[in-house]
Write a protein that binds this ligand. Structure first.
Ligand code: ZN
Length: 270
């Protein structure tokens, strides 16, 4: 099959043998691709700095029998802020894990690739205070592109378009009107204003989302609905979620000190 050049983001790494690393890339051209980076755990190896989540680069993958081998690598973006800030690291790891879990190998989806890249840039360059709502916007857009989008304009059961619908169910896939509520599973109450915020998060680009006001109570409701919707599509729980939650609660308790978390990137080798 020979050498194939791809542009991709490292979404997972796993140690192999003494010094190698298996790298999962999400690529523009081929969707998810896995390849062995020979010697990547040796400090002076040419892949050492590239075979890490969430490096964006150009790669040459030599496809033989079985797993491919990385033969070239050239850095495009290192996402330095993400890699030196634990809260941002936690968001990026969750993002990478979602792509690793939900994407199939060799199925390209250019829009999902663009969403991955733009979300990494947003995590890298936004204020900590804006990351919760930006990540909720990501989750809404991601679900839609994956074909699991929540219906936010009408009742999923009867099509009722009443603007005052105030129930939403991740299990049923969107809004539930008052009449369809009996017999609906997992519906939670959300004010019409909360549902309006969800529509804005879904349909606005990240710059507009950053400027959007989302109250704490809206945040809690929307976050729960989105986590349930994502988890319904996964075969196993997300490992990065606990890490993210502990980083966010650590951040909240540290806010009085007025200093954000700083530290090394802990989670690229899993
Ligand atoms: Zn209905």
């Amino acid at each position: 099959m020979g050498l194939e050049r791809v542009e991709g983001v490292v979404i997972r790494t796993r140690d192999l043998g003494e010094a190698d690393r298996i790298v999962s890339l999400y690529t523009r051209e081929r969707g998810k691709v896995r390849a062995v980076a020979r010697g990547a755990r040796r400090p002076r190896n040419r892949f050492a700095s590239l075979a890490q989540v969430p490096i964006h680069g150009r790669f040459g993958v030599f496809q033989g029998k079985g797993l491919g081998t990385l033969s070239q690598g050239e850095l495009i973006t290192s996402f330095k802020t993400i890699r030196t800030d634990l809260v941002r690291t936690a968001y990026a790891l969750l993002l990478a894990e979602l792509y690793d879990h939900m994407m199939e190998e060799g199925e390209p989806a250019p829009e999902l690739f663009r969403l991955l890249l733009s979300t990494l840039h947003v995590i890298d360059g936004s204020k900590h205070a804006d990351l919760t709502k930006l990540f909720m916007a990501f989750e809404l857009k991601f679900l839609l592109l994956m074909g699991y989008g929540l219906e936010l304009d009408r009742c999923v059961k009867c099509g009722n378009e009443d603007g005052l619908i105030k129930w939403i169910s991740s299990k049923q896939g969107g809004l539930i009107c008052e009449e369809c509520l009996p017999g609906s599973i997992g519906a939670v109450e959300a004010a019409p204003g909360t549902i309006q915020v969800m529509r804005r998060l879904l349909r606005s680009d990240y710059r507009l989302v950053a400027a959007l006001h989302v109250s704490d109570s809206d945040c809690r409701i929307i976050k729960d609905v989105l986590r349930d919707s994502l988890e319904a599509q996964l075969s196993s729980p997300l490992k990065s979620l606990d890490f993210l939650e502990s980083m966010i609660s650590g951040e909240a308790s540290k806010n009085n000190a007025g200093r954000s978390a700083d530290g090394d990137h802990p989670g690229s080798n899993r």
